[in-house]
Design a protein around this ligand. Structure first.
Ligand code: EPZ
Length: 420
């Protein structure tokens, strides 16, 4: 297992190119199961999760090559319909092969993904949606067993108590593309990654209207074709670098961004006092003067993204004043608080609320990453801390950031990886 060692207190200055979006790529790779024709996905980030989804596609009979950011998926005669626990349990997103397998093969056996440190993460909405399309769903020994004589379109309300579900929307939308008749998803997730998936499906010949709104209509087809598609930029990586710029009082130019995908993050950082200049595919950000505390509530898109909550907490932790962070998507997504407090932050959790009292300086410390975005939060705090910070268990980071430490080093961060 590796660890990262960061020597803090260095301003970041320079240019960073943002990679393709993990959360767009993963369901799009699952969508290649809907056709026997070749698919080419460009702008794919080099992540552990990318490799996991590629392994799952190979276990389901696809031939997959990945080089220079391009993933080529080809059909083989060895089609399988079982996605096993060994792979699915390491990455929740693999559950979104269920819809495509049911639609294309009319049967599927997919391991339940289990929970993770950010929450229980149920799949009831996925199963409700797919059952509404006529799938017989059974749960046995930790697996979902699904079968159907042929999926039929239906009108489905897909919101849960925490609002819309990104991957449940993806699963049902993909299943609807080969169902007979029309499927309407009411309470659909509106995230840009859902829109990117819909655009890929439309290139494959699917008929989809309303992606990006709470009502998506899919008119089923008999067949889908191969397609080529370039993944949208990763808005969470972009937001992470925006905070890296502010927390080190530096100035960064981000290239390959679509700033229209993260208006809530830009709005909050401008409220806090950041200077932000946007152009077509770039964004420049720096801290004007002393930042001010802002309150954050995470919500489904277009609200403030839960995947930026931990990173924003690190910034507020060194911003004089008090800010309140309310986590409405995953109320338990606060594993990073204890580790940040080891670095001298003053953060108190009260249920789904974190009360953050900004401090002047952080001290470096040995801390432990617990999940993907918590890892990013600890790195951001380490960049601002005096002296050295050591971050253990950084395998979490590699799941969702493409060479984060290399990109940070290229703009002046003193950060290096050590074998433990
Ligand atoms: C996607 O997860 C993202 N992952 C998550 O990013 C992100 O945090 C999340 O959406 C919310 O934006 C990928 O896209 C691969 P949800 P997903 O279903 O789809 C509840 C990261 O760091 N829910 O939108 O699994 C759920 O518990 C990851 O990149 C149900 O109740 O999340 C949560 O409270 C972490 N029943 C809320 O809905 C269900 O069947 C939203 O979850 C499904 C979800």
């Amino acid at each position: 297992m590796d660890k990262l060692i960061i020597e803090g207190d260095h301003r970041l200055k320079g240019e960073v190119t943002i990679s393709g979006a993990k959360n767009a790529l993963l369901p799009i790779l699952a969508a290649t199961l809907l056709t026997e024709e070749p698919c080419n996905i460009e702008g794919a980030p080099r992540l552990r999760d990318t490799q996991t989804m590629i392994k799952i596609l190979r276990s389901l009979g696809k031939s997959v090559d990945f080089q220079d950011g391009r993933i080529c998926v080809r059909h083989t005669k060895k089609t399988r319909w079982i996605a096993d626990y060994r792979l699915v349990s390491t990455m929740r997103a693999s559950f979104c092969v269920l819809g495509p397998l049911l639609a294309k093969l009319k049967k599927a056996k997919v391991s339940l993904p289990g929970g993770c440190v950010i929450g229980v993460r149920p799949v009831d909405l996925h199963l409700k949606g797919l059952s509404s399309l006529g799938a017989d769903i059974d749960i046995n020994s930790g697996y979902v067993l699904g079968k159907t004589k042929g999926l039929c379109g239906n009108h489905i309300f897909l919101e849960g108590e925490f609002g819309s579900s990104v991957l449940a929307t993806a699963n049902v939308m993909m299943a609807g593309t080969l169902a007979s008749g029309t499927t309407t998803i009411e309470g659909a997730a509106c995230e840009p990654e859902v829109v990117d998936l819909a655009e890929f499906l439309i290139k494959m010949g699917a008929e989809i209207k309303g992606a990006g709104t709470p009502i998506i209509e899919i008119r089923g087809k008999k067949l889908l074709y191969g397609a080529t598609h370039k993944i949208i930029p990763d808005r969470i990586e972009a937001g992470t670098f925006m905070i890296a710029s502010l927390i080190t009082k530096g100035e960064l130019k981000l290239k390959n961004v679509n700033w229209r995908h993260f208006g809530a993050v830009i709005d909050k950082l401008e409220q806090a006092g950041a200077w932000i200049k946007k152009s077509e595919h770039c964004l420049v950000i720096k801290a004007r003067a002393q930042l001010k505390p802002v309150n954050i509530t995470t919500l489904p898109y277009p609200g403030f993204p839960t995947d930026m909550q931990a990173q924003m907490m690190a910034l507020m932790a060194v911003t004089p004043g008090v800010s309140i962070i309310t986590e409405k998507v995953y109320p338990d997504r606060f594993m990073h608080i204890a580790e940040l407090n080891r670095m001298g932050t003053r953060i108190k959790r009260e249920g789904p609320y974190a009360i953050v009292e900004g401090v002047k300086r952080l001290s470096g410390a040995k801390v432990m990453a617990s999940d993907l975005r918590a890892s990013a939060s600890l790195i951001l705090a380490g960049l601002a801390a005096r002296a050295k910070t050591q971050i253990l268990r950084i395998y979490h980071l590699e799941r969702g950031y493409d060479n984060l430490e290399g990109k940070l080093r290229s703009v002046g961060a003193k950060i290096r990886r050590h074998k433990v």
